[in-house]
Design a protein around this ligand. Structure first.
Ligand code: URP
Ligand code: ZN
Ligand code: ZN
Length: 499
């Protein structure tokens, strides 16, 4: 982080992020971002003199990105006997360190609990948020009250509803429930969020694994085959096509699943693909190591070939968002049932590492443009969830900004991260591209001096109806603010070790 420039005189702006390459999904330009009252007021070109401001953060020679929007982040969730180890204070601080300024969490009902009640419970837990937070609702069973509950949830600003096609006796929804919910969401302008793994295929494989004594965590990948993911995507897409609903698939791990969504889109279905940093960087050889349980997530990490092919599809623009699927567990929690993958807590900690791991993988190693990366990391998650002030930098956007050094290389370690997990799936691995300053609603929360706690300033964000029917969205966000400017020609593909 470079030192602040001198900033005395007549204060007009609260903050200026000066002289960086400002990257929006639609294009980039060299310039400075002027901030007042938590919002971006203006963006001026590099040739214009800086007006007075209380503080100037110098971004000369580096990038200025919209704050990250994490579309898939489990915070403090209780699933069966395991509780995740963070709340919105801890998860928010970790996310801010990692350049994410908006989190989308889930309100997942406990067994027997109504979805609306789960939402009310979740909303009570948002009083210590450090980031702004939106919520996905969830439905497990359709009954005579669900329609009214979905309407009430929509009125509270929750238009995205998650359903799991697996985890029977837990949170699994039947395809009949999924169809009913999709039909309702279509009328509300919402979107179904699907965890796609065909449960009966998984149970068949797991029963066979148990008969053969292969239920240890090291056999986790073979117990949840790629075919199970594809099968559930096919059935969910059929229902989206039948009901006209928008559908978003969380954590897609295979080229086949992504291709199915792309085919459906070509038939006019509003279908979207999310993948996660771990599915682009880690492969199933980790399950042969000393601690396979630390990598147990659903779907599992796939073969190196699948990872390579999935990355290629992300490079081709077929994936719309990168979510962390953050689940904060300890080594002890992961180890408790490592002898039986059916009873383990699933998921990996990742809210903090989402930016750096995916930037290194997609931009540094694969040569993706930074503009396309911003779309995956920030703009598309905001747009698909109706968060119109998020995911772009320009007059009227929230002043959520990441000053980002694309050439800085550092290792990720659990000792160095801020998530409340005592391990990292990336322990000791080096990644290039790190934030040097993070600004959340105009507050500099991370800089070279460390973390500056903004306090519980996070707001609950009400989602508006989906982007393709949202007249309130600023046209410059929809079109890509800088689409008229020439795309960046900077070469980020060189991996240079600076630290
Ligand atoms: O393994 C995972 N992903 N656990 C978290 C819950 C979910 O399925 O998203
Ligand atoms: Zn899931
Ligand atoms: Zn998840």
């Amino acid at each position: 982080m470079k030192p602040d420039l001198a900033t005395d005189g007549h204060t007009t702006y609260d903050l200026i992020v000066a002289n960086g390459l400002i990257v929006n999904a639609g294009g980039s330009r060299q310039g400075s971002v002027l901030v007042k009252d938590g919002r971006v007021v203006d963006v001026i070109g590099a040739d214009q003199p800086l007006p007075p401001a209380r503080r100037i953060v110098d971004a000369t020679g580096i990038l200025v990105l919209p704050g990250g929007v994490d579309p898939h982040c489990h915070v403090g969730q209780v699933l069966g006997e395991f509780s995740m180890l963070d709340d919105h204070e801890q998860a928010g601080i970790a996310a801010l360190w990692g350049g994410t300024t908006t989190i989308i969490d889930f309100a997942i009902p406990d067994p027997g609990q109504a979805p609306l009640e789960a939402l009310h419970e979740k909303l009570k837990l948002l009083d210590r948020c450090r980031t702004d937070v939106a919520i996905h609702g969830a439905v497990i069973n359709w009954d005579s009250t669900t329609k009214a509950q979905l309407k009430a949830m929509a009125e509270l600003g929750v238009l995205t509803v998650k359903m799991f096609t697996t985890y029977r006796d837990g949170v699994m929804a039947s395809f009949e429930t999924i169809e009913n919910v999709m039909r309702e969401l279509e009328t509300l302008g919402g979107m179904a969020i699907i965890h796609a793994e065909e449960n009966h295929l998984i149970e068949d494989t797991q029963e066979k694994a148990v008969r053969e004594g292969r239920e240890h965590a090291r056999f986790h990948p073979e117990s949840r085959p790629e075919a199970a993911e594809a099968a559930a995507v096919v059935r969910s897409l059929e229902l989206a096509e039948k009901t006209g609903a928008s559908v978003y698939f969380v954590h897609q791990t295979t080229p086949e699943a992504v291709d199915l969504v792309a085919d459906a889109r070509s038939r006019g279905v509003r279908a979207y693909s999310e993948t996660c940093p771990h599915y682009l960087t880690l492969d199933d050889t980790v399950y042969e190591g000393e601690h396979p349980e630390l990598f147990v997530c659903c779907p599992p990490l796939r073969s190196a070939d699948t990872v390579k092919n999935l990355r290629a599809l992300v490079g081709d623009g077929l994936v719309h968002t990168i979510g962390s699927d953050h689940c904060c567990y300890s080594r002890e929690q992961k180890a408790k049932h490592s002898h039986d993958m059916r009873s383990m807590p699933n998921g990996l900690p990742g809210a903090e590492s989402r930016l750096t791991v995916s930037f290194d993988t997609l931009v540094v190693q694969q040569g993706m443009s930074v503009e396309s990366f911003v779309a995956l990391f920030s703009t598309n998650p905001a747009r698909l969830n109706g968060l119109s002030a998020k995911g772009w930098i320009g007059p009227g956007s929230d002043a959520d900004i990441v000053v980002f050094d694309p050439g800085l290389t550092k290792a990720i370690t659990a000792a160095g991260h801020h998530m409340n997990s005592d391990y990292s799936p990336y322990e000791g691995m080096t990644f290039t591209g790190w934030p040097t300053a993070v600004i959340s609603k105009g507050n500099v929360v991370v800089d070279s001096d460390g973390f500056h706690d903004p306090g519980p300033v996070g707001r609950f964000l009400h989602a508006r109806a989906r982007i393709d029917s949202d007249p309130a969205l600023p046209p410059q966000a929809a079109a890509g603010l800088w689409a008229r400017d020439a795309p960046s020609t900077t070469d980020y593909a060189t991996k240079e070790v600076l630290t």
